[in-house]
Design a protein around this ligand. Structure first.
Ligand SMILES: O=P(O)(O)OC[C@H]1O[C@](O)(CO)[C@@H](O)[C@@H]1O
Length: 444
């Protein structure tokens, strides 16, 4: 049985009924049968097991080229074309990497996930001091934020290295045929990786969308995929309900939601996992938040947020439940030393590892929150490593598919994100929006 994700629902106080169990199993079977809503976007279900060694090799080869040419690689994308790579990269990185004088891997930084002029200006200024390359990612190939960033980065690369060399330093990841980015990449002769038609952005971390930037940064992408493959097996159709952590997680969420718990807070006591939270928020928010339904996905990083959000979680509106990713084994060991004077009164901790204190914080918080009416789901992972994180990502994806079907929505579309785009284009006088422009300006 899969041990890389251990789910503990004891502190939710919930007994899963046979009825809900059957619903979760049916939802999983529906994903596998390909007969449910949004069934043209189910490519992610078997993605881990269908990635070939040749594909991994091709990604690694392209990554090696970028690594040889640049010490900073700008990865341009937003939403699902950004968060997966960012999440795994943060999880696998030393947060103080840039303070070390020796850099063995290029620095992967992100752009196109905002339209901030200051972010852009500061990025362009910092790039001046480095050799650069870029990976531009957009499934639709038409998303405004990354398109603006790419226009600027492309110009910078061309100005510095010339058009021919730019085609050696820019890689595009997009649809196989459609979109402005595909047209541009073909015209400019950029190496291109394809995002499969049947894999939506928020489920694309295990395609080149996530794998290429991660390989550039020196992350072991084969191990990441291996972990996801194991989880694919552990959550497959036919696995007994209690043995399938994705089905159990989806079932518990469903019960909590129907019992009035409308907000799920994902948290961890390892700050490296902060962007896993962000990735998870898009995954669940875009998949379930529709037709007036869905758990609102929120997140905290602990213990930091106990000193900001702790009061509310303990004592505010009782519409919350909490899911904690608990890491069993830290990679390092740091002891708290005894101090002869004990002026800070901390000698009661002398000889203990920092992780012991962190663990007691976690256990103490869990009980406090449960006592305060916040049910607690605990997801234990053994360590932060590529294969474990690969498994965790797939676990969340599979549970999201099951959960969305249990909720009765199409988990694979996101019609609601178009409303702001329409307004923005109208306000910016995009050709084709003349009528909408007039109407919206009258409302300002
Ligand atoms: O990869 P693309 O097409 O640029 O889209 C980026 C993100 O924008 C959205 O389409 C929302 O507008 C997300 O679903 C997606 O992950």
């Amino acid at each position: 049985m899969m041990k890389n994700v251990k789910l503990d629902i004891a502190k939710t106080g919930i007994e899963i009924s046979a009825d809900i169990e059957a619903k979760a199993q049916a939802a999983n079977a529906l994903l596998h049968s390909g007969k449910g809503a949004g069934n043209d976007f189910l490519g992610w279900v078997h993605l881990p097991s269908s990635i070939s060694e040749n594909e991994i090799d091709a990604i690694r080869k392209e990554a090696a080229k970028l690594r040889s040419k640049a010490d900073v690689v700008v990865c341009i994308g937003i939403g699902g074309s950004y968060l997966g790579a960012k999440a795994v990269l943060e999880a696998m990185s030393d947060p103080f990497k840039l303070l070390h004088k020796e850099q063995k891997d290029p620095t992967v930084i992100f752009a196109g996930q905002n339209i901030s002029e200051d972010y852009t200006a500061e990025l362009l200024a910092a790039l001046k001091e480095h050799s650069i390359a870029a990976i531009v990612i957009s499934k639709s190939g038409t998303t405004t934020e990354p398109a603006i960033a790419f226009r600027l980065i492309k110009a910078e690369i061309e100005k510095r290295y010339g058009k021919k060399e730019a085609a050696e330093r820019i890689v595009a990841i997009t649809d196989k045929a459609r979109g402005a980015l595909k047209t541009l990449a073909t015209q400019e002769g950029y190496p291109t990786f394809v995002i499969p038609d049947d894999v939506g952005g928020r489920f694309s971390v295990l395609t080149p969308v996530g794998l290429l930037p991660l390989a550039v940064a020196g992350v072991d992408i084969a191990a990441l995929v291996r972990g996801a493959q194991e989880m694919e097996k552990a959550t497959a159709e036919g696995v007994a309900f209690k043995e399938n952590p994705a089905a159990v997680y989806a079932a518990v969420r469903n019960i909590l939601y129907n019992g009035g718990k409308k907000i799920e807070i994902l948290g961890s006591y390892e700050p490296k996992l902060q962007y896993i939270n962000e990735w998870w928020k898009q995954l669940y928010g875009e998949s379930e938040g529709k037709q007036g339904k869905g758990i609102f996905p929120a997140s905290v990083t602990l213990t930091a947020d106990l000193h900001s959000m702790g009061q509310y979680i303990q004592d505010g509106e009782r519409t919350l439940f909490e899911t904690i990713i608990s890491v069993a084994k830290p990679a390092a060991e740091v002891l708290i030393e005894a101090d002869g004077e004990n002026l800070d009164g901390l000698n009661f901790l002398a000889g203990k590892r920092i992780s012991e204190v962190n663990r007691m914080a976690e256990l103490g918080v869990q009980l406090a929150h449960v006592d305060g009416g916040v049910p607690n789901i605990r997801i234990e992972i053994p360590e932060i490593s590529e294969s474990v994180i690969g498994g965790l990502l797939y676990f969340f994806e599979k549970a999201c598919g099951i959960s969305g079907y249990m909720l009765g929505v199409n988990p694979f579309d996101q019609p609601g994100v178009e409303a702001y785009k329409k307004n923005m284009f109208a306000l910016l006088d995009k050709p084709g929006y003349e009528e909408a422009s007039k109407a919206i300006k009258a409302r300002l």
